[in-house]
Design a protein around this ligand. Sequence first.
Ligand SMILES: C[S@@+](CC[C@H](N)C(=O)[O-])C[C@H]1O[C@@H](n2cnc3c(N)ncnc32)[C@H](O)[C@@H]1O
Length: 217
Amino acid sequence: MLSEPQGAGPSTALMRKAYARWAPVYDVVYDKLTEPAARAAVEAAAESGPRILEAGVGTGLSLGYYPANSLVCGVDLSEDMLRRARRKVLRRGLTHVRGLQVMDVCRLGYADASFDAVVAQFLITLVPDPEAALSEFLRVVRPGGGIVLANHFGQTEGPVARVEEIVAPLCTKIGWSSDFKSTRIEAWARRNGVEFIGVAPTFPGGFFKILRMRKRG
Ligand SMILES: C[S@@+](CC[C@H](N)C(=O)[O-])C[C@H]1O[C@@H](n2cnc3c(N)ncnc32)[C@H](O)[C@@H]1O
């Protein structure tokens, strides 16, 4: 098991720096905004079984949403974010959380097929190599298990798509993403023989989406 991310590139370093700044205010800004999407993602992941990896768990906002019989591991690049997640686990007695570790989602320190599902909320568009992360999710999930992503995905065309592309470099600097399209994930699924179940809109007004895939059994 890795205790520190290995081979962190410049983008990874930027991300850690951004989330060191975000950590103290993250819950105040995002808790209510992301709660419906996080609950929907957790519910979808739990359908595959109790052993769940939450990738990019952050301050652990969603850790209280899992069924009591779950066995949840969480990983994140940012020690500053994870410290807050650990505090929540202790304060709320979340005994279904079995571990929270600093780890790069592109280099997961888990054996193949360790989990029934991998869930990642507001993460995949921030990773420098999202396909590498998805391939790691696929490796650690069992055959028949689920991969669930919650995120804002950019429009594929039209004026909104253009604006999202223009502001993308600024978004990256502050640890956000604006123009990443779900079609990129769909293409990855196709190339890797993963069943793409679909993308469903959620709060607020369909801005966030729940994307579901299944590893073929
Ligand atoms: C927008 S926050 C979302 C946190 C949490 N999932 C939530 O919904 O509240 C993104 C998180 O992804 C983490 N992250 C970004 N790149 C990562 C990587 N390559 N490996 C692990 N975590 C990463 C950040 O440190 C941050 O905590």
